[in-house]
Ligand binder design. Structure first.
Ligand SMILES: *Cc1c(COP(=O)(O)O)cnc(C)c1O
Length: 389
């Protein structure tokens, strides 16, 4: 689908055909339903004999444009847009799995994904096992006869651990698993899991896809066959994205490559600064030479992304005082915004995990996550420098 044009061009030129107003930029279609020319037209639409919109829970020109564009950018064939990233992940798992099925998932998962696996799906008889991202050889022994999905997140939040997408693709294929990747941190501009065999890619559009901290949304894309069941699930259970948010996200995608390049420039610069700082125990950034999986990052990610982690010397209290000393940057739990955001995972986003669980996913008491924004790099580094002093 994406063969003839470049990523940048697809991100801009994938558009709903213009109306008889000949508008240049796609307008907002705020309508809950669409009309039929005749009783026969209505019958044919409901019988799926014709393409078109019936009701915005099923489809809408704005959500269609956003989905089609995401499909082109990820190299997928079909998709569903949802009200949040979590609605997308839940629709994927609930749409594909039945009672008795088992999920093999990477241990370093987004907090709410962890809650869905450990608290919600087990109530319907769907179980899971965590696989350690640094020991892929051990995964073989975790496969059960009822394992149906391999669910991975790479780079992981907040630890920036990577999983070899190509290796995982072969592993999934050899065990006949549906291969699902949460590609939120990288975006399709930096990493395209489908090229490595992924069946489904999920996104929180809230992050880099919107990129401006304005709206919550999610999108799932994959092959036509795998997406069918998820589309059915979403159509009838109703986690649909609003046309307004789809309109925002589709516009945002027009600037995704430009924004991601700047996020990467700034994050790379900050990682270099932190790597040399005496109050920093370690810095973790996929394209920084100190990242334990630097070679893999170079192979599967075009650039390092917009998130940097580091461990401050002195642990929990020093990390909290670093957060308090920040002057320009934002104290918030989001990421993928134009504004740089600092987070202390151990006391906030990951405070509900036990100490052991945090340790297993690399969240030490002194770990700080910086979601690097688009301000001038000098100003970002300067604020971090004064807070570290
Ligand atoms: C934020 C996030 C999600 C959840 O997305 P929401 O839009 O907040 O529902 C899922 N996965 C990752 C990696 C995230 O960062």
């Amino acid at each position: 689908m994406c063969k003839n044009k470049h990523f940048e061009t697809d991100a801009i030129r994938t558009q709903t055909p213009s109306s008889d107003q000949r508008e240049h930029s796609t307008p907002l279609y705020m309508t809950s339903s669409f009309t039929f020319e005749s009783a026969e037209h209505a019958r044919a639409m409901f019988a799926s004999e014709m393409e078109g919109n019936i009701y915005s829970r099923y489809s809408n020109p704005n959500t269609d444009e956003f989905i089609t564009k995401m499909c082109r950018l990820e190299g997928a064939k079909a998709g569903v847009a949802t009200a949040s990233g979590m609605a997308g992940i839940f629709s994927t798992l609930a749409g594909l799995l039945s009672q008795g099925d088992h999920i093999l998932a990477s241990r370093s998962l987004f907090g709410s994904s962890h809650q869905i696996l450990s608290q919600i799906l087990p109530r319907w008889g769907i179980s899971f096992t965590y696989a350690d991202t640094d020991k892929p050889k051990s995964w073989e022994s975790l496969i059960r006869s009822n394992t149906k999905i391999l669910f991975l997140e790479t780079p992981s939040n907040p630890g920036l651990d990577l999983i070899d997408l190509e290796w995982a693709g072969m592993f999934a294929k050899s065990h006949n698993l549906i291969y699902v990747v949460d590609n939120c941190f990288a975006t399709p501009y930096l990493q395209r899991p489908i090229e490595y065999g992924a069946d489904i890619v999920t996104h929180s559009a809230t992050k880099f896809i919107d990129g401006q901290g304005r709206a919550i949304g999610g999108v799932i894309v994959g092959s036509e066959k795998t997406m069918e069941q998820i589309q059915f699930f979403a159509r009838h259970t109703g986690p649909s994205m609003s046309p307004f948010n789809a309109w925002l996200f589709s516009k945002s995608l027009e600037t995704l490559p430009v924004r991601m390049d700047r996020h990467c420039d700034n994050a790379g610069r900050l990682a270099e600064f932190l790597g040399d700082h005496s109050n920093v125990n370690f810095v973790k950034y996929p394209h920084h030479k100190d990242h334990p999986q630097y070679e893999l990052a170079k192979k599967q990610m075009k650039r390092g992304g917009g998130v940097v982690c580091f461990e401050i010397a002195g642990g929990f209290e020093k990390a909290k005082s670093f957060i308090d000393r920040i002057e320009l940057l934002s104290r918030s739990a989001n990421l993928g915004d134009t504004r740089t955001i600092v987070t202390h995972p151990a006391s906030t986003t990951h405070s509900k995990l036990t100490g052991e669980e945090r340790k297993a996913v690399g969240i030490t008491p002194g770990l700080i996550r910086i979601a690097v924004g688009l301000e001038h790099a000098d100003d970002i580094v300067k604020d971090v420098e004064q807070a570290l002093r």
